[in-house]
Design a protein. Sequence first.
Length: 222
Amino acid sequence: MLSVKNLTKQFKSGDTKVVAVNNISLSVPQGIFASIIGKSGSGKSTLLSLLGALDKPSAGEIIVDGRDIAKMSDSRLIDYRRNKIGFVFQSYNLIPNLSALENVMLPMEFAGVKAKAKRLRAEKLLREVGLTKEKFARKPTRLSGGEQQRIAIARALANSPKLILADEPTGNLDSATGKIIIELLKKLAKIEKTTIIAVTHDQGIAHEAKIKFTLKDGKLVA
Ligand SMILES: Nc1ncnc2c1ncn2[C@@H]1O[C@H](COP(=O)(O)OP(=O)(O)OP(=O)(O)O)[C@@H](O)[C@H]1O
Ligand SMILES: [Mg+2]
């Protein structure tokens, strides 16, 4: 489903060069939960940004669903980011003045989904991530971190993306809640047939994944 070949990202600032991602090749089948682990600065977030087309590679291929995203035009890339990928961040990144339900409906709005279908899917997803109904109308600030991350995951799933990219999704949560969120991601990878790639510092979480990639100085070491 996802295959990366000889992917490299180099940053230049003045005279110094940083090879943040160094000639990485890997592949992840559809519906699998994979983790990326590695020390701070090892290139995890950079790799995720490349996979999500938030940044362009210096070299290499990123084949998603048979198409090389490194070669796509900018307008195709907008469509790719909107409809093929879901993002989950450490800091949830929910829109503060929208309710839980409205946050989940938002990506479908951009995709032009009709009002009724949008609401039904958002409610279904919020139920799937385990948010209780009385909280659907609440704004993020009146919900716990774990609940906010559940909503962010529901939002990431809204347009049925092929791939979910999660950067430290449990980084702001206590370890028990973090575990629940990871179990949830694993369950969703199965039922929504979505490939999930999660960056984590937590060895325990990484071990939960079907495939585990370890980065060191931009290189894949395991
Ligand atoms: N936009 C940028 N410009 C220049 N250098 C960058 C840029 N983004 C990242 N880097 C460098 O690339 C390397 C990898 O950074 P990256 O953010 O991918 O690490 P990380 O593994 O996600 O670390 P952390 O665990 O701290 O989040 C680091 O040396 C970083 O300083
Ligand atoms: Mg990072």
